[in-house]
Design a protein around this ligand. Sequence first.
Ligand SMILES: NC(=O)c1ccc[n+]([C@@H]2O[C@H](COP(=O)([O-])OP(=O)(O)OC[C@H]3O[C@@H](n4cnc5c(N)ncnc54)[C@H](O)[C@@H]3O)[C@@H](O)[C@H]2O)c1
Length: 323
Amino acid sequence: MTRVTFPEKYDDLVFLIAGAAGFVPGHVSEFFLNKGATVIGIDNFITGSRENIELLSKYDKFKFYEANIYEGLPDLTNQKVDFILNLASPASPIDFEIIPIEIMRTNSEGSLALLELAKVKGARFLEASTSEVYGDPEIHPQVETYFGNVNTLGPRAPYDESKRFAEAMTMSFHRKYGVDTRIVRIFNTYGPRMRANDGRVIPNFINQALRGEDITIYGDGSQTRSFCFVTDLVNAIHNVLFSHDVTPFNIGNPDEYSVKDCAEIIVKALNSTSKIVYMPLPQDDPKRRRPNIDKLQAVCDYTPEVSFVEGLRQTTEFFKKGL
Ligand SMILES: NC(=O)c1ccc[n+]([C@@H]2O[C@H](COP(=O)([O-])OP(=O)(O)OC[C@H]3O[C@@H](n4cnc5c(N)ncnc54)[C@H](O)[C@@H]3O)[C@@H](O)[C@H]2O)c1
């Protein structure tokens, strides 16, 4: 497979990042700003934060538009755009219940609008897909060639199915119009600037442990997840963007932990007095999650660098500031 080729310099490059006020997209924006590129952020703040935009606004080459990607993009007629990264989408299971229609519209109509823009601008387009396209997987670890096991009617469907739609739309723009596209399937990612109350495992456990509250595990805790620290994920996105393969790449950290182990590690690392308690498992909760990242490693020298303990330390420091 052809290896990734990075630009010699980034100063003249313009990255449009949809979802810039969010957790992963905020870190991605900062990464390209630190490389000297211009970043244009778009966000409607449905799950993002204004603090993230304030952080990015310290960079002269950051521009921001408050807009909903499925209700009309800002006018960029005279603006050069080299890369469009579609990272806009709520991603937490609690969002799937509260704002399912917004999620579906973002990943369908929103992705379509950004693909149309990529076509007009001749920009390379990257779609942030998810390990959720594998649903509750029957094969383990998950490889990109696996088609998944998704319930189209369940509570996770608005997210899972609309991401599958976004992948299909991305491939269709590539095949029909020759748009230069990339797809990343992101596995569980954590780190500073996540929302404390967004219902995902790591922020939940850390915040419960910091407050000395019970740590709630859904199910018996034997379900597994593979957690990637956000800077390692950004590094993987950078590599895929400059790869030469339009078919999806899994990105994440293949180290796998049971949810129960994860809770115990956090209680110990934080010296917390919290007790672990068990609640009913939500419908369609995936039993096992672990990315096979051989495809990514065949095109670049990628290895996740941040250990779980170090990643938890940095994430805990961040949440402590908000207490
Ligand atoms: N964090 C993870 O573990 C994970 C895993 C798999 C996939 N992803 C994907 O990565 C991307 C970022 O996820 P995140 O965890 O950082 O979530 P996030 O909620 O922190 O960031 C998403 C951002 O998109 C914005 N947004 C949502 N809908 C929008 C719309 N219609 N118009 C404009 N802005 C909109 C939100 O306000 C938010 O700022 C998403 O596409 C998500 O599906 C994340």
